[in-house]
Write a protein that binds this ligand. Structure first.
Ligand SMILES: N[C@@H](CCC(=O)N[C@@H](CS)C(=O)NCC(=O)O)C(=O)O
Length: 218
């Protein structure tokens, strides 16, 4: 098996955390054909997005589906433990982050420069992020996102918190963690875990390199 993508993507990082928690050895590689829009990669993922998993005989796309696929193939150390209700809780937290926090957060990436910033867009995204985080405050269980151990919910929450911590101070208007104590508590538990800490280091290195490569006006 091979996972295509870069750890700077929160969607790739989510799958990497699942892989590492499960103790799997699946290498990470750049998109075949040299880019996400190459014919070779579009034949794997027609949306031209990372990640994609070469699953030995077929491909799986969409980060959450890849995580679930790996958990089914290698059930030994599950990221969806417990009964049906516990699994639903973990999936709900992961889905809520995907739908209600990550789009607004990643939409800030092109708004870093105060000179070229579209302030109404930033304000809309901030309002969306706040609403998403308010809902999560209700959903999170603790000490990990969905209970006593790392689950699919944490695989999504960790990369999201990384970006909340890196991006929101640039815009100055909300402190995601001060206003959301449950989120702050889960984030503190996650960050103290060596597996998570290693991934966060890789994401940080990747994001720093990505920002250096970006045009100065974005
Ligand atoms: N829903 C997808 C989202 C994947 C996604 O948006 N990946 C971004 C990187 S963070 C990407 O590949 N963007 C490239 C593009 O859209 O051209 C998933 O969960 O896998």
């Amino acid at each position: 098996m091979t996972l295509y993508g870069s750890p700077v993507s929160p969607y790739v990082a989510r799958v990497l955390l699942a892989i590492r928690y499960k103790g799997l050895k699946i290498p990470l590689a750049d998109a075949p054909g040299g880019s996400l829009k190459s014919p070779a990669y579009l034949a794997i993922n027609p949306y031209g997005k990372m990640p994609a998993l070469d699953a030995d005989g077929g491909h799986v796309i969409e980060s959450e589906i890849i995580c679930e696929y790996l958990d089914e193939r290698f059930p030994e150390k599950s990221i969806l433990p417990g009964d049906a209700l516990a699994r639903a809780r973990a999936r709900t937290i992961s889905r809520a982050l995907d739908l209600y926090v990550l789009p607004g957060l990643l939409g800030l990436l092109g708004q870093m420069n105060p000179v070229t910033r579209d302030q109404p867009l930033v304000d809309r995204n901030m309002a969306d992020i706040r609403k998403g985080l308010d809902g999560l405050e209700f959903l999170l269980v603790g000490p990990w996102a969905a209970g006593p151990q790392l689950t699919l919910a944490d695989c999504t929450l960790v990369p999201t918190c990384f970006y909340l911590e890196r991006f929101l101070p640039v815009f100055g208007s909300i402190d995601a963690f001060a206003g959301h104590p449950r989120m702050a508590a889960v984030w503190a538990v996650a960050k103290a875990d060596p597996l998570v800490a290693g991934l966060l280091d890789e994401m940080g290195t990747g994001l720093d390199a990505f920002m250096r490569r970006r045009p100065a006006n974005s």
